[in-house]
Design a binder for this molecule. Structure first.
Ligand SMILES: Nc1nc2c(ncn2[C@@H]2O[C@H](COP(=O)(O)OP(=O)(O)OP(=O)(O)O)[C@@H](O)[C@H]2O)c(=O)[nH]1
Ligand SMILES: [Mg+2]
Length: 411
């Protein structure tokens, strides 16, 4: 069944049938490919006085008078395919170069898109962490490592949670700090402190010597039970600077610790023999610029007489900037120092440079000093004590303490 009206440009039709399929077949057979369907719906038709109507499908459409697109005949299609394959097969150097450049451009655009998408997605929290690391004076290398870990190890959901991200970053900073395990004391335990000028070597020697003298040394080597006053000696090779010898001798007098000045390798050997029954022998050295290679060389030759069992520590001030710390750590390498003592922590709130430089050079930390008072202002290096100096981070201290509590005994 159909209705058919003619317009100026189109002829309209309505076709009713029992199913869509039947309607479409009829439309195709009557009007051919020019028939275009506009709408189709279900409708109820027939029945006597509204009784027993039938469900029918009604399709509205029009017949276009515009010429149809020519479909290629099967033969034409094969002809076209052959032409295309021939063009593709031909090597055109200009076209090849262009294609190559286009491909490279596409890769560059894609990676740029990926990068900018990533950044815009990450930006607020990543920027915040980056700024915090920078404010705390972490090195670029260290900050980049942390940011990469954030991208790699945290899910997109976790990255929305400021507190979790802060705590994670603090944990990773803590993991980067390695605490030196003190050797089981030999007798005598020879402890040498080297380092740049004015960082607090002599003061630190005085603090450590006093602690041992009083039997209140800290850390894993602290003897359990009643404290035993130890036999302590101090040697100094700082004979050249006016007042230097007097400074350590004054500490020695107050603490009742013998202090001797050493001028040569044979001198050093003589005193080490003489004090062979002492518990600890501390050796204070001349503060030297890490660039004064000649004096550093002489000092190294002299200290070599202390033997391989001597424990060498490098004193470095917490107020030093990161690039200088890296240089100091490098220049004092010939002394074969086993660990670093960080001094003057009380003079700065920025601990990023210390953590970054030690991490970059793979060095451990043994003690931290935080004031001029002898002997109190010194403690065994502790990860959490450093972390709590970090500014601007939200941190859960008890979780950090739990995480790092065993670190002292790890090597
Ligand atoms: N604020 C602070 N000052 C310290 C600390 N340790 C040492 N000092 C001070 O730093 C200054 C230099 O200390 P010294 O112990 O003479 O340093 P040094 O490395 O022996 O110096 P040189 O022998 O000249 O190379 C002194 O005024 C000390 O009181 C510390 O932990 N905090
Ligand atoms: Mg000194």
């Amino acid at each position: 069944m159909n209705q058919h009206t003619t317009g100026s440009k189109y002829e309209y039709f309505i076709e009713q049938a029992a199913s869509y399929r039947e309607a479409h077949e009829r439309i195709l057979s009557q009007y051919g490919e020019r028939a275009k369907v506009l709408t189709q719906k279900k409708t109820r038709v027939g029945g006597f006085l509204g009784l027993f109507p039938r469900d029918m499908i009604e399709v509205h459409g029009y017949i276009t008078k515009e010429p149809l697109m020519k479909r290629p005949a099967p033969g034409d299609f094969h002809e076209e395919k052959k032409k295309i394959l021939e063009t593709v097969g031909k090597k055109d150097p200009v076209q090849d170069t262009l294609l190559k450049e286009l491909r490279e451009l596409k890769v560059a655009v894609e990676s740029q898109k990926h990068y900018s998408n990533g950044m815009s997605h990450e930006q607020p929290l990543f920027k915040e962490i980056q700024d915090l690391l920078q404010d705390n004076e972490f090195s670029r290398k260290f900050s980049q490592d942390i940011l990469q870990r954030l991208r790699r190890e945290l899910s997109v959901e976790t990255l929305q949670d400021t507190e979790v991200v802060h705590q994670k970053v603090i944990e990773w900073i803590g993991d980067a700090i390695c605490i030196h395990t003190l050797r089981k004391p030999e007798q005598p335990n020879v402890f040498i402190l080297v380092g740049p000028t004015g960082v607090g070597k002599t003061t630190t020697i005085a603090k450590l010597a006093a602690m041992h003298r009083l039997g209140i040394e800290q850390g894993e080597n602290a003897s359990p039970g009643p404290k035993r006053r130890k036999e302590v000696r101090i040697l100094t090779i700082d004979n050249y600077r006016i007042g230097a010898r007097q400074q350590i001798e004054t500490y020695g007098q107050i603490m009742e610790i013998p202090v001797s000045a050493v001028e040569s390798s044979s001198d050093l050997r003589k005193y080490l023999d003489l004090y062979s029954d002492a518990d600890v022998i501390f050796i204070d050295t001349i503060g030297k610029s890490p660039k004064d290679y000649a004096t550093l060389g002489k000092m190294k030759a002299l200290l070599a007489s202390a033997g391989a069992s001597a424990e060498v520590h490098l004193a470095m001030s917490a107020t030093t900037k990161c690039s200088d710390m890296l240089e100091i750590l490098q220049q004092f390498e010939p002394f074969g120092y086993q660990s670093v003592i960080i001094t003057k922590l009380d003079e700065t709130s920025k601990v990023g440079a210390i953590v970054s430089s030690l991490w970059e050079k793979g060095k451990t930390l043994s003690f931290m000093t935080n004031g001029q008072s002898v002997p109190h202002d010194i403690q065994r290096a502790e990860v959490v004590q450093l972390l709590i100096n970090l500014e601007g981070f939200k941190m859960n201290r008890s979780a950090l303490e739990e995480r790092h509590s065993n670190k002292k005994t790890e090597q």
